[in-house]
Ligand binder design. Structure first.
Ligand SMILES: NC(=O)c1ccc[n+]([C@@H]2O[C@H](COP(=O)([O-])OP(=O)(O)OC[C@H]3O[C@@H](n4cnc5c(N)ncnc54)[C@H](O)[C@@H]3O)[C@@H](O)[C@H]2O)c1
Length: 256
């Protein structure tokens, strides 16, 4: 019988931010496909979801020392990830003030530190763990269409959302770090990719929805599950010859 390349039955998965909008869809889909999942998140999962997890740690990913301690604990119990996915969304309290009018240098610096730097550093730490353990791993970073596009401020006018000067900087950095990491870890058979979703629907206002949909060929926002399927493809052996890519899941938003 031909092996189902999408099966995760022989895979250990380390999922950061696994209790969020996109993270929980990934967690559920990966569980359905047979994976053994460890979640690290700043907040606890809802009780009903716990049973599907091998382990769960409540930890702030920007506290790198703490995270490295958790990783050592996992290593001691023989959990070395085959698939590592980071879908955390670290933000400071001032996040909503990172628009052009209100941003201060401090907001730029702090958000870059907790989001961009933690994504890059942790991927490197995990890459080295995979390398040491000779794991043919898959590393996936959550980027965004705003990692390679500028934000069209007109779609935010008179809506609940504002542009952010920091977000595109962070996501652009993530996309290009993936290329460098993929080049470096290729010889170790470790693949490194990113996913760039368009806007994922999360109870947005009618006004914003209308503006967004007008710019999207498929005329709707993304669902968290549609991002999860992209992660399943990149995490599983179905994408065994794909590395350094940025998989765009945006209903065509970025083509026009
Ligand atoms: N939602 C979208 O429209 C969208 C679009 C494109 C890209 N993305 C990217 O996808 C990723 C996930 O987005 P989301 O919409 O699921 O976000 P979300 O806020 O719903 O979930 C993020 C998760 O990360 C956890 N988290 C936040 N800060 C943390 C920290 N410091 N330490 C540990 N855990 C932390 C939160 O508790 C939450 O469970 C983000 O990187 C985001 O930039 C989202």
């Amino acid at each position: 019988m031909v092996k189902n390349k999408f099966s995760l039955s022989d895979k250990k998965i380390l999922l950061l931010g696994g209790n969020g909008l996109i993270g929980s869809a990934i967690r559920n889909l990966f569980y359905e496909n047979g994976g053994q999942i460890v979640v690290i998140d700043k907040k606890k999962s809802k009780k009903s979801k716990k049973s599907i997890l091998f382990k769960e740690y409540v930890c702030d990913v920007s506290n790198l020392k703490k995270i490295e301690t958790v990783l050592k604990k996992l290593s001691k119990i023989g959990f070395v990830p085959d698939i590592y996915i980071n879908c955390t969304y670290p933000k400071t309290k001032n996040w909503t003030k990172t628009n052009f009018k209100q941003i201060k240098y401090k907001f730029l610096k702090e958000n870059t530190e907790i989001h961009l730097n933690s994504h890059i550093w942790l991927a490197k730490v995990i890459g080295d763990v995979m390398k040491k353990n000779k794991i043919k791993g898959s590393i996936i970073q959550l980027a965004s269409i705003y990692g390679f596009l500028g934000q069209d401020v007109s779609i935010y006018k008179n809506t609940e959302i504002q542009e952010s000067l920091v977000y595109p900087v962070i996501k652009g950095g993530i996309i290009n770090s993936v290329r460098s990491m993929a080049a470096y870890y290729g010889k170790n058979k470790i693949r490194v990719n990113s996913i760039s979703p368009g806007g994922v629907f999360d109870e947005h206002s009618k006004k914003f929805l209308k503006n967004y949909i007008n710019k999207t060929p498929l005329q709707r926002m993304c669902s968290p599950e549609e991002v999860a399927y992209a992660a399943l493809f990149l995490g599983s052996d179905a994408s065994s010859y794909i590395t350094g890519t940025n998989l765009i899941v945006d209903g065509g938003f970025s083509i026009i």
